[in-house]
Design a protein around this ligand. Structure first.
Ligand code: MF3
Ligand code: CO
Length: 257
């Protein structure tokens, strides 16, 4: 069952996703060598609660934290810990909020200090893959148009596209239909309609696409332990085209200053 949202509901989803963007900016400002991922999680939780929302991930299927913080070979769902961030790390932060009956859910990958050109390219290509997918998120297209756009772009650089996890509908619940895979065929899958809201979230690996699910029950890492990147934002399908509800410029202005 795919729930179509009214304009008012889309604005509530936007409020949530702007709060997620601001929280990611606040966390991003604090990502420096010496900080632990648990300290970053606390910053995220305090920020979300002080803005009248609750952390949507905390307690979800028993998840124990506000943020998923996935470092280097960790792809997604890394649990905040006493791990100390160091120069050269690749840090993906995924956050959710719950406010006014709706959910926000977005992710951003940060480079810590100087990273190799290889890593810089992995990050920029993963973000661009998200934008390529988003450009297909319009009424009349199909989910497969988004999936194929993400996959074709990422694979054209020789990167791996993780198959085991996917994007999703977003609304009163964090995970609604339809699933939004990052690989697939143009013209296939559910039809995109005005009022649908989806999260597109490419998970892209520098090496092979195979992943391992760690024994902590959450962390997903690359099998070959090469780095991965993950960007996610929420998009409303409108007649005029994609309406992106997350604002990465808030994050980028915060970390480039
Ligand atoms: N952002 C993730 C997703 O898009 C959700 C994190 S899993 C959780 O599916 F359990 F921590 F919430
Ligand atoms: Co998501």
């Amino acid at each position: 069952m795919i729930y179509l949202k009214t304009d008012e509901e889309i604005e509530l989803l936007r409020e949530n996703n702007i709060l997620v963007s601001k929280t990611l900016a606040e966390v991003g400002r604090h990502i420096k060598p010496g900080v632990t991922t648990k300290e970053l999680d606390k910053i995220a939780e305090d920020y979300i609660r002080s803005h009248g929302a609750t952390p949507a991930f905390l307690g979800y299927d028993g998840y124990p934290a506000t943020a998923c913080i996935s470092v280097n070979e960790q792809v997604v769902h890394g649990i905040p810990s006493d791990y100390v961030i160091k120069e050269g790390d690749v840090v993906s932060v995924d956050l959710g909020t719950f406010m006014k009956g709706f959910v926000g859910d977005s992710a951003y990958t940060f480079a810590v200090g100087e990273v190799s050109d290889e890593v810089k390219q992995l990050l920029s290509v993963t973000k661009e893959a998200l934008y390529k997918g988003t450009a297909q998120a319009k009424a009349g297209n199909r989910v497969g148009d988004i999936s194929a756009a993400v996959q074709d772009y990422a694979e054209s650089f020789g990167y791996g596209v993780v198959r085991e996890l996917e994007g999703h509908g977003l609304g009163r619940k964090m995970h609604e239909a339809p699933g939004v895979p990052n690989y697939g065929l143009r013209g296939r899958g559910p039809l995109l309609k005005e009022g649908m809201v989806i999260c597109i979230e490419p998970m892209i690996t520098m090496g092979g696409r195979a992943v391992v699910f760690e024994r902590d029950g959450w962390t997903v890492r690359t099998r070959d332990r090469k780095p991965a990147a993950h960007y996610e934002f929420a998009v409303a399908i409108r007649k005029g085209g994609p309406d992106v509800l997350t604002d990465f410029s808030i994050i980028e202005n915060a970390i480039n200053n």
